[in-house]
Design a protein around this ligand. Structure first.
Ligand code: C5P
Length: 223
């Protein structure tokens, strides 16, 4: 049977240190990847990254960079120093800026003898409707600019994989049609069928009374 735990990225969008630590404690070592974005990082800073790394799991730092090349590059150097596994940029920042970024981070990682994080390009937010061809074009630009993967909805994952071969990360995973802000949602079973490499799940796990059980049952239902 396929083990889906290594492909699960748990989004720690919470404002409580205690809750975040409890979730990491409960879900490791089965869960290997946790996503930290502005919600947790603004409150807890690099400490939040340490909470994940201390348990032997990887950090997916989701700041969706969209800025002038110099600012993106200097920020990404700090991400490398923090030891993150992967981080995100907006593909709409453009091919030129992202190419400069991917070149510079691999140079910086080599010079400083650190691991170069994977760069995932955000195509379009899953909380918005979007045209599939526009998403595919962004993914193709990302590939030319040297990203290793893209963030897209399950709906576009298969086509992007076929056309670009990039890794696909899919948020918006919901068992039932979403009643919240997410619009391009799909079940985990559909994400698996679409060949998604990593799936991001936040609220269905982290807002549950029993986050471990919520993650386990989500995975069980997808198999
Ligand atoms: O709580 P939920 O499962 O909706 O969490 C999804 C996570 O994925 C959030 O942290 C959100 O910021 C992130 N995300 C997204 N859509 C994208 C990129 C990232 O929902 N296109």
């Amino acid at each position: 049977m396929v083990d889906l735990w290594p492909s699960l990225v748990v989004a720690l969008d919470l404002d409580s240190e205690e809750k975040i630590k409890n979730i990491i404690e409960q879900l490791t070592p089965k869960a290997k990847k946790f996503k930290i974005g502005p919600v947790a990082y603004t409150r807890f800073g690099p400490e939040a990254i340490n909470w994940v790394c201390k348990k032997g799991a990887d950090v997916f730092l989701d700041f969706k960079l969209y800025d002038i090349p110099n600012t993106m590059i200097e920020t990404a150097k700090a991400f490398i120093d923090l030891g993150v596994w992967a981080f995100t940029v907006h593909l709409k920042a453009g091919r030129e800026s992202i190419s400069m970024l991917t070149d510079k981070i691999s140079d910086y990682a080599k010079e400083s003898d650190k691991r170069a994080p994977l760069v995932f390009g955000v195509t379009e937010l899953t909380s918005k409707k979007a045209a599939p061809e526009q998403i595919l074009n962004l993914a193709k630009e990302g590939k030319e600019a040297g990203v290793q993967g893209v963030v897209c909805s399950v709906w576009e994952a298969r086509e992007i994989k076929r056309e670009t071969g990039l890794l696909t990360v899919t948020p918006g995973i919901r068992q039932k049609p979403s009643a919240d802000d997410q619009k391009r949602t799909a079940s985990l079973a559909d994400a698996v069928k679409a060949g998604s490499d990593y799936f991001v799940v936040g609220r269905p796990i982290v807002k549950s009374d029993n986050p471990y059980r919520a993650a386990e049952s989500l995975i069980e239902r997808a198999l």
